[in-house]
Write a protein that binds this ligand. Structure first.
Ligand code: MN
Ligand code: MN
Length: 471
């Protein structure tokens, strides 16, 4: 036997016995790659239109209604293929497609979150200092605070008035609108700042947003710059300073989603975590025709701060909805939940060669290798995680392989390197089978995060095939 044949024999055996670690780009067809690029065009639009959970819910309801979804009414009878949605306070949304078996064999859940790290305004945000008008902020979610100064910011959110009116705010996104920013100290005077540890050099009270500098008039009154800003806000929105108390206002990066790289293979944007799974989950719900079991896509809020609150996954809103669907089938919630399966659609950290030491390369996810399955998250000795069972992992592997979905597996960085969680454990605690599946992200939680178009598309395919799979 020649040396060449010998090599090809071991190559053959490796192919049979080893994990396939080839780059995903060489494992998919050109047509599939084109479909990925095409899929991501509207995803970029979604990123630009839906920077907050409220905006994501608005976008999703409009898209769902166009696809035939109607608002759920528990007094009506639904048949297989019917499409309904439940809007939870404009901040979380559930989309269900009724299956042939309804809830009798459990439901299939796809859950992604639509909140992202950002700078929320404090309840009393507006002040003037040394003739500059500023907003005090309270950051939301896990941010590296040094990343946020000198980034153009836009103001999003709502102001609720005592008469019941709710004013939508979105300003700073268009080129002809003013933007805002957190200032930073010039390097010339930053000797002390630069010698501090990062958590000290930038703390939460440094994240003040500059919003104005001209006084209202030439009067000698104090706080005339603040007065001028309040007057502008009164003229634009009809609000007074008291109205900030009943507002959900937030500063987010004003930038738009853009193709990234000479090859346009990636997208750079604010808020991929977790819109990059929410959008595929929404599209999978819209494309699910008549599934075997009822499928429910949940777009949830509050994940970045631990899922507490009535629009987060620790709330009963999802279980209550499933209980209503179960009752219509003559079932009880607990019997439905124990047969329910779930993909918790959330991102993982993509291996970053610049910070290779934070990762364990055999168990990291990589850009362009497809949807990443994360068996468990948590920290330390697997604390605070649900850890999907071997049997459930086998089931998901089979679905993805049968349907030729490009996928990979990954842990969140090195053991004891830090950690994090997703909503998986809250769903598992309801007695369902659940595992995380989503998109690998570079620079997660930064004002600009990076994902690969191929991975976004494969996450859509994974969710869709999971929804439609015939047991
Ligand atoms: Mn996330
Ligand atoms: Mn996150």
């Amino acid at each position: 036997m020649s040396e060449k044949e010998e090599k090809s024999k071991s190559a053959q055996l490796k192919e049979k016995l080893f994990l396939n670690k080839k780059n995903g780009c060489v494992r998919v067809s050109e047509e599939e790659m084109n479909r990925a690029d095409e899929f991501c065009e509207e995803y970029k639009n979604f990123l630009n239109l839906a920077k907050t959970e409220r905006e994501a819910v608005t976008y999703a309801i409009e898209a769902a209604q166009r696809a035939g979804f109607t608002e759920y009414d528990r007094t009506l009878t639904y048949k297989p293929g019917d499409k309904v949605y439940v809007n939870n306070r404009g901040k979380a949304l559930m989309l269900a497609v009724i299956g042939k078996n309804g809830t009798n064999n459990g439901v299939r859940l796809g859950i992604a979150h639509i909140d992202s790290p950002r700078l929320d305004l404090k309840p009393n945000p507006l002040y003037e200092s040394h003739h500059l008008a500023m907003f005090k902020t309270h950051y939301y979610g896990g941010i590296k605070k040094y990343q946020w100064p000198t980034v153009p910011l836009a103001l999003h959110g709502v102001i609720a008035l005592k008469d019941g009116t709710v004013i939508n705010v979105c300003t700073g996104e268009n080129d002809d609108e003013p933007c805002f920013c957190v200032t930073d100290l010039l390097p010339h005077l930053a000797v002390e700042q630069m010698s501090q540890v990062m958590t000290k050099a930038f703390n939460g009270e440094h994240l003040n947003v500059l919003i104005g500098s001209r006084p209202f008039s030439k009067d000698e009154e104090s706080e005339n710059v603040k007065l001028n800003i309040m007057n502008i806000l009164f003229e634009k929105y009809g609000i007074t300073e008291n109205d900030f108390l009943s507002a959900d206002l937030t500063m987010v990066p004003a930038s738009k989603a853009r193709d990234l790289g000479f090859d346009r293979s990636m997208i750079g944007s604010y808020g991929h975590d977790d819109r990059v799974c929410a959008y595929p989950a929404l599209m999978a719900a819209i494309d699910a025709e008549i599934p075997e079991s009822t499928v429910i896509t949940v777009l949830t809020d509050r994940e970045e701060i631990g899922s507490d609150g009535n629009t987060g996954m620790k709330s009963t809103f999802m279980a209550d909805f499933i209980a209503d669907l179960a009752a219509a089938d003559g079932q009880q919630l607990r019997h439905v939940m124990r047969k329910t399966t779930c993909l918790s659609a959330d991102v993982n950290a993509a291996f970053d060669p610049t910070y290779a030491s934070a990762f364990e390369s055999n168990n990291s996810s990589y850009i362009n290798n497809g949807a990443v399955i994360t068996k468990y998250t948590g920290s330390g000795g697997k604390y605070s995680t649900s850890d999907a069972s071997a049997e459930y992992m086998a089931k998901i592997r089979k679905i993805l392989d049968d349907k030729n979905v490009l996928w990979q597996t990954g842990e969140l960085g090195k053991v004891d390197g830090g950690g994090g969680g997703t909503i998986a454990k809250f769903v598992a605690n309801l007695n369902a089978d659940v595992v995380d599946l989503g998109v690998p992200v570079l620079s997660m939680h930064a004002p600009m995060e990076v994902v690969s178009k191929l991975d976004v598309y494969m996450t859509y395919r994974a969710l869709y095939e999971f929804y439609m799979y015939q047991e």
